[in-house]
Each structure stands twice: as C-alpha cells, then as structure tokens.
Design a protein around this ligand. Structure first.
Ligand SMILES: Cc1cc2nc3c(=O)[nH]c(=O)nc-3n(C[C@H](O)[C@H](O)[C@H](O)COP(=O)(O)O)c2cc1C
Length: 190
C-alpha cells in the first residue's frame, strides 16, 4: 500500500493534486496574499527573493484571457473554436496568478533563482491545499509568446515561471503513480 504520510506536512505533500476543474466560488485575494506571505519563506540563495506576481481577478482576468487569445493563430482573423473554449474556461477560473522571475545573466544566479521560485510556488501550492484551495501550475507554449508577454506587461529580461490558475476544486483527480525512490537512488557507502 502507498505510504500516505505521518504528519500534516507529509500528508499535504502526498495528497496535493493539480486541479483543473474549479467551483465558481470566489477566492479571497487577501487570503492569497496571506498564503504568498507564508510561501515566501522558501529557501533562496543570497536572499534575492527572486519572485514577482501579477494577480488577475474579476474584470482584470480579461487582460490575461485576451492576451492568451491574441497570442493564438487566426484564420481569416478568427481564432479556432478550441481557443474560444479554452478562453471561456480560463475566464471562469476565479484567479490567475502569474509568477515572474528576473533573468539574471549569470548562469549560476539564474539557476539559483529558478530553484528558489519553484520552491516558493510549491510552498504556496501546499499551504493553499491545506486551506482547501486548489490550482494548476501551467507553462503552456503561449507563456513564452511575445504577444502574450507584452499583453500582460512582462518586460524582456523577465521569465514567466508559472501561470497558476486558482480556485476551490470541483473535482480532485486520482493521483498519478510515482516510482519508488529506491529506483532513482544510488547509495554510496564506501
Ligand atoms: C514546471 C511545471 C510545469 C507544469 N506545466 C503544466 C502545464 O502546462 N499543463 C498541465 O496540465 N500541467 C502542468 N503541470 C502540472 C503537472 O502536469 C502535474 O504536477 C503532474 O501531472 C502531476 O500531477 P499532481 O500535481 O496532481 O501530482 C506543471 C508542473 C510543473 C512543476
């Protein structure tokens, strides 16, 4: 039987799932700020705190969704039905949080900053999960698209690490199995 965790931290790490289906119920922006203030205790080398956020809520979501639409290919000036369906789906998700990192030209600092932002995001996902708030970490092609980036005002020299789409879960998917870590572990003891 799969190990389910000994304490709250372990249970949250194992039990958290990526959420794609959300209830329409709003998520309080103040609660997101509180959770980000928890997540910022992530390790970050040289204390660069290399994270910036843009939070889209209410009518502000139109900026995010329109930038997505503008980044998509058109035929005779029209985007596809699939893009329109996705745009409607995005519009109905309560919050979009774009996580941005300054791209330090020094490779080492870039790597350290990306590691730090990733741990910060996972802290945020776990802390939110414990309060019943779910999300999906997205890195679709369009977050690299200059049209999307410009649309939401992300300047060159900044990396979009994630778009987090956030809300109360309507459906929690079953976990996808993970490989026993012994298969990935080499112990060198002499
Ligand atoms: C860096 C990163 C990028 C991701 N990008 C996407 C994405 O673009 N679309 C998506 O459906 N899930 C994305 N995910 C979520 C993973 O697909 C998900 O974590 C994985 O399927 C395992 O599911 P779980 O989080 O429920 O355990 C991303 C996760 C990470 C860490």
């Amino acid at each position: 039987m799969e190990y389910i965790g000994k304490n709250d931290v372990e249970k949250a790490i194992i039990g958290r799932r990526t959420i794609k289906a959300f209830k329409p119920d709003p998520v309080d922006v103040e609660e997101i700020i509180e959770l980000l203030n928890v997540a910022k205790w992530a390790p970050n080398h040289k204390l660069t705190e290399p994270w910036q956020f843009q939070l889209y809520t209410g009518d502000g979501k139109d900026v995010f969704v329109q930038s997505y639409i503008d980044s998509q290919p058109t035929v005779d000036g029209e985007v596809s039905d699939l893009v329109k369906r996705k745009a409607n789906y995005f519009r109905e998700i309560p919050l979009h949080l774009v996580v941005i990192m300054p791209e330090d030209p020094r490779q080492r600092r870039w790597d350290e900053d990306y590691g730090a932002v990733s741990t910060m995001i996972q802290n945020f996902q776990l802390a939110a999960w414990e309060r019943g708030i779910g999300m999906i970490w997205r890195t679709n092609d369009w977050v690299y698209d200059p049209v999307f980036r410009e649309g939401i005002g992300v300047k060159p020299g900044k990396k979009i690490v994630a778009t987090l789409m956030i809300g109360y879960p309507k459906h929690i998917p079953a976990p996808k199995p993970r490989t026993d870590i012994r298969e990935r572990l080499t112990i060198i003891d002499q």
